[in-house]
Design a protein around this ligand. Structure first.
Ligand SMILES: [Zn+2]
Length: 355
């Protein structure tokens, strides 16, 4: 942990100790927070990709805090209250992006302990056949590799590249992703390529593949989870950024909605912008095709004046300490932003461009 991070945490600890978090929760009680996570670890994923994954233990700590100070309600219920202009005090909604197998395998057992509702954002092309998050797996392979430099015969790499720092590993990842993207463009499946890279980079995937760590939920599983009360909603058809595909956004959203509703037999009108990339034009298009809400990755509290199609959301993983999580959700940050960033009171900043 850096000295700067230590000072920040000490400051937050002090703020919490003197009651500022509790005061902020009271002050922002008529707003609501939306919380977002991606994967919940089945094995050790959070130790390698700590922004994407949260461990079940950490998720349990988050929910313990939330259930102590807030009522956890379905997102759709919050949107209904907001539309009526009457938001009940102290509420939060939980969301999970990408609908991977680990939602059912690792998140649901924790959610059940708290009897907590959750919305899951499904990439609808993954419902067509059993699918795996190969690009994410490739990232895991490069970050987890025990090697200090790229091995000979690494595709797309002519002379060996160092892999000592995380930044160097991300450079290597970019090269491998470019190779994989070219393969995908030619219509070649990249799963086998990713498994070859795991072998080349010395990462044993046997247990992970056996435990379905990188799989998406199948259509049958999405149907079962919907029947169990989890709200299955839209995360686009192929995870293309809405802001980069404005001309296709309406059609893509229709396809996504139809695919999810066909599987769940329930209405799907809540959208999650892939990678949080959103802008006002995308928001207008979503409204035109009947979406009732859209979540971003811009942190903050929402209230009656927030446009429901660009909701703020706290997206966290194991990379957040419990203190930072409580600071964000209690609304201290939102209160500071209320004064320092007036332009973003009712919507988060637009985010376009490649990730
Ligand atoms: Zn996503």
């Amino acid at each position: 942990m850096s000295a700067k991070q230590r000072i920040k945490l000490a400051l937050l600890w002090l703020m919490r100790s003197v009651g500022l978090f509790a005061l902020a929760r009271w002050k922002t009680r008529h707003g609501f927070a939306v919380l977002g996570w991606h994967g919940v670890s089945l094995l050790d994923e959070h130790t390698v990709l700590d922004a994407y994954f949260v461990s079940p233990e950490v998720l349990r700590r988050r929910l313990t805090f939330l259930s102590r100070h807030f009522r956890i309600v379905p997102l759709a219920e919050l949107i209904d209250q907001q539309a009526r202009g009457q938001i009940e005090p102290r509420q939060v909604a939980l969301t999970f992006d990408d609908a991977m197998y680990n939602f059912g395998g690792a998140a649901v057992p924790v959610l059940r302990e708290f009897d907590a509702a959750a919305t899951v954002y499904v990439i609808s092309s993954t419902l067509e056949r059993p699918s795996r998050a190969d690009m994410l797996l490739l990232q895991y392979v490069v970050v987890a590799s025990p090697l200090g430099q790229t091995p000979d015969n690494t595709p797309g790499v002519e002379t060996p590249l160092p892999m000592t720092s995380l930044a160097e590993r991300h450079d290597v990842l970019r090269k491998l992703r470019a190779v994989a993207a070219e393969m995908a463009e030619r219509g070649e499946p990249i799963g086998e390529f990713v498994e070859q890279m795991a072998e080349l980079f010395g990462v044993d995937l046997a247990e992970q593949l056996e435990r379905r760590v990188w799989d998406y939920l199948t259509a049958d599983e999405v149907c079962e989870l919907a029947a169990a009360g989890y709200d299955m909603q839209l995360h686009s058809h192929r995870h293309q950024y809405a802001t980069e595909n404005l001309e296709d956004l309406a059609e893509d959203t229709r396809i996504c909605r139809q695919a999810i509703e066909a599987v769940t037999q329930r209405e799907a009108v809540h959208y999650c912008y892939p990678a949080g990339r959103w802008n006002r034009r995308a928001r207008e298009i979503l409204a035109e095709v009947g979406m009732r809400s859209g979540v971003t990755c811009g942190p903050g509290q929402n209230d009656v004046a927030t446009n429901p199609l660009s909701l703020k959301r706290h997206v966290t993983g194991n990379n957040f300490t419990q203190l930072e999580f409580e600071y964000a959700v209690s609304g201290v940050q939102a209160l500071i932003h209320w004064f320092t960033r007036p332009a973003y009171r009712h919507e988060p900043p637009e985010i376009s461009g490649a990730f």
